[in-house]
Design a protein around this ligand. Structure first.
Ligand code: AMP
Length: 229
């Protein structure tokens, strides 16, 4: 999609939705359109695991089991990232917050910022359980450029190879059936209550995530343009 980045301050955006809802795909499009960084806690954690940092060592086994990494570790990681200058006009959080404690921490963090008094706009991609299962078991990722495919719904042009750079696509370690079931349970137990939290504050914008990818992107842009005209 062509970039039409606007330079207005869009502020913090939170992208909610269960695993497999398309958060990664939509976050990349939103980031490009508004010219803001995508902050994916899953991606940052995976990078820490790959390079063997202290944080990565603590997170590895938890991530492979499909459970959530402790709040304090993820919050510290997010605080470090939000301090970077590229976050000044806004940013999109993809995969954070994941618990009520993280959502409250984020509200508190934002309140204490001198120059960023705005509460986040919260966009929730809603998709039914069976649809999610199909998407997660078919998901493949390009290890080089991060592009996401689905062998059933959105296959690459050449089997198992990235359309953009030809790299061999990989299945994420936590996209196996048992781990997927754990991740969906963790979502129901710990993350689904966030929709009520943000809804009760009148901050939730729900998107119909069962629609085609471009349609969901259109819904997201419309919701954000309305919230931050
Ligand atoms: P994701 O790529 O967003 O699906 O995240 C992959 C895994 O990273 C999750 O299953 C968790 O183990 C961990 N993770 C990512 N974000 C968070 C978070 N906000 N809080 C706790 N754990 C997280």
């Amino acid at each position: 999609m062509a970039s039409t980045a606007t330079q207005r301050a869009i502020g913090p955006v939170v992208l909610l939705g269960p695993p497999g809802a398309g958060k990664g795909t939509q976050a990349k499009r939103i980031a490009e359109h508004y010219g803001i960084p995508q902050i994916s806690t899953g991606d940052i954690l995976r990078a820490n695991v790959a390079s063997g940092t202290e944080l990565g060592k603590k997170a590895k086994a938890i991530m492979e089991s499909g459970n959530l990494v402790p709040d304090e570790l993820v919050q510290q990681m997010v605080a470090d990232r939000l301090r970077q200058p590229d976050c000044a006009r806004g940013y999109i959080l993809d995969g954070f917050p994941r618990t009520l404690a993280q959502a409250q921490w984020l509200d508190n963090y934002l309140k204490n910022q001198k120059d960023s008094q705005v509460a986040p706009v919260v966009v929730d991609i809603q998709v039914g359980y069976n649809e999610l299962l199909g998407r997660l078991t078919g998901r493949r990722t390009c290890p080089t450029c991060g592009r996401i495919y689905n062998v059933h719904l959105q296959p690459p042009k050449v089997d198992e190879l990235c359309d953009v750079d030809g790299a061999k696509l990989v299945t994420r370690k936590d996209d196996t059936e048992e781990v997927i079931a754990e991740r969906l349970k963790a979502y129901e137990r710990q993350t689904a209550p966030l929709t009520d939290y943000y809804q009760s504050q009148g901050r939730l914008r729900a998107l119909d995530g069962a629609k085609a990818i471009d349609d969901v992107t259109g819904q997201a842009f419309a919701a954000l343009d309305k919230a931050r005209p």
